[in-house]
Design a protein around this ligand. Sequence first.
Ligand code: NAD
Length: 372
Amino acid sequence: MIAVVAERAQDETRVAATPETVKKLTKLGARMRVESGAGVRASISDADYAAAGAEVGDLPSTVKDADWVLGVRGPAVLDLAGAKQGAKVAAIFDPFREKHTVEAYAKAGFEALSMDFMPRITRAQSMDVLSSQSNLAGYKAVLVAANLYGRAFPMMMTAAGTITAAKAFIMGVGVAGLQAIATARRLGAQVSATDVRSATKEQIQSLGAKPIFVESVEGIEGEGSGGYATEMSEEYQKAQAELVSSHIAKQDIVITTALIPGRAAPRLISDAQIATMRAGSVIFDLAVAQGGNVEGSVPDQVVEKHGVKIVGYSNTPAHLPADASALLARNFFNFLSAFWDADRNEVVLDEEIGDAIRLTQGGKVVNERLLG
Ligand code: NAD
């Protein structure tokens, strides 16, 4: 029995299953229950879930005797009362920041499986919630910045005169950054981008944008395990700050996406650098919830400094609830179906993926990344 719960967090609009994935999981042999109202903010009604084969009810009846619970964020342990002893709960637990939730799961004896700890291996790509959500976040960040910008993105030649194209600078070219480049280009901006991983140079060029890279510091790769960035040396950080200073003064739109797993986001833009930008420019800080790449950015607020608008959502994918839910639900489905044991009619995880995402088991915190 797989239960899908509604999200309690105010800023959470997404849902972990859609009628499409409910139908597919039912077809595999799972019994599906969905909490009433779970899909409302993603434009999915209770009737849609019922038509797909789910039983729809209130929270206690949804989680009662569940073997599995799916949530977008880790549901509160109190909300899981009635689920089976040792039930598996799959969600985006954000374990480095939500340590007390992880401890509460251990204490309650539930098995927390963190979808955001999915290993970056080829066969897990379709289960990777960070990628599916970052892609949408990169797109949304550009649209929000374009809306706040008092000018147009494309060059326009009109009878009344010519408007010059906006200059957009994307800092951090992972999944979100690549989509931000593509979106800003589609809107007609002149785009440049930077990253610490030299492998991204070619990707930036292939999207028609200009790479801006620190060339003065030797021996820099910047890529750690799983394709993630590493923290950079002081020498590099100084060279990067100089590069940003000379480039940013000419930019109208800046989208920052830089993250380092398990650490606070690297600071990429200082207040002094913002002061050199033209009034009316817009910065979107996609890392605002992880401490921010931009000095002065505040989650879910538009802050104006030196005439520059600085914005960042604490949960950007939640601003595209329907598509974010559709992709997230497919990540959950791809995960559950990959491990579906038809004979036992249940999910049986293997070691490689199971150990990577399992946070708690048998009353203890068991994940290496949290213990190490
Ligand atoms: P991320 O969200 O961890 O970070 C965003 C970007 O910020 C990264 O490109 C990172 O290099 C960059 N960054 C970090 N510190 C920086 C700094 N000081 N200055 C400038 N940039 C900085 O990264 P991500 O979007 O998850 O992707 C990282 C890589 O992993 C990409 O190449 C992506 O294609 C790859 N990836 C692989 C898989 C898989 O194989 N399953 C899944 C997802 C992503």
